[in-house]
Design a protein around this ligand. Sequence first.
Ligand code: 0O2
Length: 239
Amino acid sequence: MTEEERQDSAIEQFDAQRKELTRLMSYYRCAMMEIETKFRVLNEERASRWARNPIENIKCRLKTPESIIKKLLRRGWPVTVRSIEENLNDVAGVRVICSFIEDVYELSEVLLGQDDVLLVERKDYIANPKPNGYRSLHLIVKTPIFLFGGRREMKVEIQLRTIAMDFWATLEHELGYKRGIELPEEAKRELFACAEESAALDARMNALKNAVIGDKDEQDAPGDLKEIVEGILRSGRTA
Ligand code: 0O2
């Protein structure tokens, strides 16, 4: 092979990978849109039936190619387009900020009850907060997107949390988590205390909701849900 032929072949391979990556990222974007729409539909229905919005805000994000490559390298996985799909669960992320703690669980149960949503992994950092105080419900789901060429299953990471949990996580992210820096012990203790206070506030606001609105929308909630939520709220009250 001449030098020129080698260059042409390298360019061709690079171009093929680039096109494949662009296509894959667009599939992730589509899956993210599907999941976002599912939550918007649930919010719309609750708003029309009970004049209440269980969802305060939805934030979607696609991991950047730089961040994807860094994660693959960090974990020792191959840096190829196929490896992204095989190894990463969080390329497409949907964060659902809920009004009350009960909304987090109800929305997740209802979403997972849909026949085109398959649960891959569930991490309940609300029932079991991280040692630093972080709380959220994390789901990895598979959902289909329908393309000209047919159906394709894509993974999406969903984080459900209350406004108070989001307030804490956003500021904590600013302070340390994002930059990967180790905070001084005193700062860690203070952040943990803030997380506990936020959890107690969440429990009080949830109780207030039930006192003011009653349990109208709980009539729609799946049977075992009340018990789970009540357990979490009890622990929040004693925090
Ligand atoms: P970004 O910038 O938000 O995307 P995995 O991704 O599953 O291989 P891990 O750590 O087991 O790795 O995942 P986990 O525990 O489900 O957490 C992943 C995401 O949750 C993070 O994504 C954060 O968004 C959020 N998160 C987890 N722990 C914390 C925490 O202590 N503080 C804050 N503020 N957020 C947290 P990324 O990709 O790390 O960051």
